[in-house]
Design a protein around this ligand. Structure first.
Ligand code: NAD
Ligand code: WQD
Length: 338
């Protein structure tokens, strides 16, 4: 099987994907600058796969270091997770986001061209759709003006990849993730947010663990059945496995176009209040929460039409919301020693 460069491979989605790649026989080299992850993730990976994966600490903004990386290794494919991902921070510091998310991508692509690496997978986001005109949302829906610099980096990155794949031998799969949650069944790896979590599920598990007093539900006056926002929460291992299927397709040269785009979600929308209720039911832990005002920039409802991924990739999710939330809780309990 092939040797795959996984950028950002010590991060949340990257680390779970490393496990799925290993299970499918791929050899992995992880590159990460540890800006939003910890070296200890390697120990979790070692305990799951039986050995510590190859890792190089490297900042992808360092152009000559990226060139050196590609001179020293022949890769069969790249999965490019590395990016900064905090929406609020991107509003406060847009240049950091444009620099990191775009320069990193450009340097990696320049070296893919120079070293004949033809298979590329990019982490995109449902954020490129903005507020959908209809639901569920499919891949042909229009890309609307981004609501944040972070979202804009994903839109620009998609355009860069379209342009590069037109004039090079690189084939790309753009994977638009909906809301990844949960952790590996072993609870040896999971999500490690720095500071106060901005995302719903880590805030829920930290509240249940007693680190936060209560969860604030951002709005119950939206035009949805219970008034709270609706999202498509996908188990991170389902997401990880989709990367392997997409990579197999690239390696087998089954790709129909230079760039293919797939939504990765469950196809099911759940409201914030439903997530709380499912968390309480599946873990037996009661969660203190209060309703507060809306959060600026939140879309009302978004969930995926997954027909394309099902039909073309032959992939669909295997885990439901309850098991995703239970796995997130198992991980939180383990890291807090509960
Ligand atoms: P994460 O922050 O956990 O992982 C990203 C990793 O990239 C981190 O380990 C970080 O240290 C590393 N990194 C960042 N900049 C780097 C650089 N210049 N050089 C080397 N390493 C660098 O995030 P994640 O949730 O695993 O997200 C992975 C990808 O998926 C990102 O591109 C993100 O934008 C995208 N995405 C995430 C979500 C989500 O909700 N988690 C949703 C849609 C898309
Ligand atoms: C989910 C729902 C909140 C926290 C973000 C990015 C998006 C993508 C995924 C990368 C919303 C509500 C949340 C809380 C709450 N990332 N909520 N109280 O906003 O769908 O997407 O992460 O590409 O780009 O914007 O995810 O987990 O922040 O929120 O009520 O303390 O939970 O209002 O309805 P979101 P989220």
């Amino acid at each position: 099987m092939g040797k795959i460069l996984v950028t950002g491979g010590l991060g949340y989605i990257g680390s779970h994907t490393v496990v799925a790649l290993h299970e499918s026989g791929y050899q992995v080299l992880i590159v990460d600058d540890l800006s939003n992850s910890e070296r200890e993730v390697l120990s979790g990976l070692r305990d799951i796969i039986g050995f510590s994966p190859n890792f190089i600490e490297l900042d992808l903004r360092d152009k000559s270091a990226v060139a050196q990386l590609f001179s020293g290794h022949q890769f069969d494919g790249v999965i490019h997770f590395a990016a900064s991902k905090a929406v609020g921070e991107s509003v406060e510091n847009p240049l950091l986001y444009y620099e990191n998310n775009l320069n990193g991508l450009i340097y990696v692509l320049q070296n893919c061209v120079a070293h004949n690496v033809h298979n590329f997978i990019f982490s995109s986001s449902c954020t490129v759709y903005g507020e959908p005109d209809h639901l569920p949302i499919d891949e042909s829906a229009p890309i609307k003006r981004a609501l944040s610099p972070y979202g804009n980096t994903k839109q620009i990155a998609e355009e860069i990849l379209h342009d590069v794949c037109q004039v090079s031998e690189i084939s790309t799969v753009l994977l638009r993730y909906f809301n990844p949650i949960g952790a590996h069944d072993s609870a040896l790896i999971g999500e490690l947010p720095k500071g106060v979590p901005q995302n719903l599920v880590p805030f829920i598990t930290q509240t249940a663990a007693g680190l936060r007093k209560e969860l604030s539900v951002f709005g119950d006056d939206y035009p949805t059945p219970d008034g709270s926002c609706i999202r498509d929460y996908i188990h991170v291992m389902d997401l990880a496995e989709a990367h392997v299927v997409a990579l197999d397709r690239l390696m087998d040269r089954e790709q129909q176009e230079p760039v293919e785009v797939f939504n990765l979600g469950t196809g099911q929308g759940n409201s914030v209040l439903e997530v709380i209720q499912t968390f309480e039911q599946s873990t037996g832990v009661s969660l203190p929460y209060k309703i507060v005002g809306r959060r600026a920039g939140d879309v009302i409802a978004v969930y995926a039409d997954t027909t394309k991924a099902t039909e073309i990739l032959g992939w669909s999710t295997k885990r439901d919301l309850a098991s995703s939330l239970s796995s997130a809780w198992a991980w939180e309990k383990r890291i807090r020693g509960l």
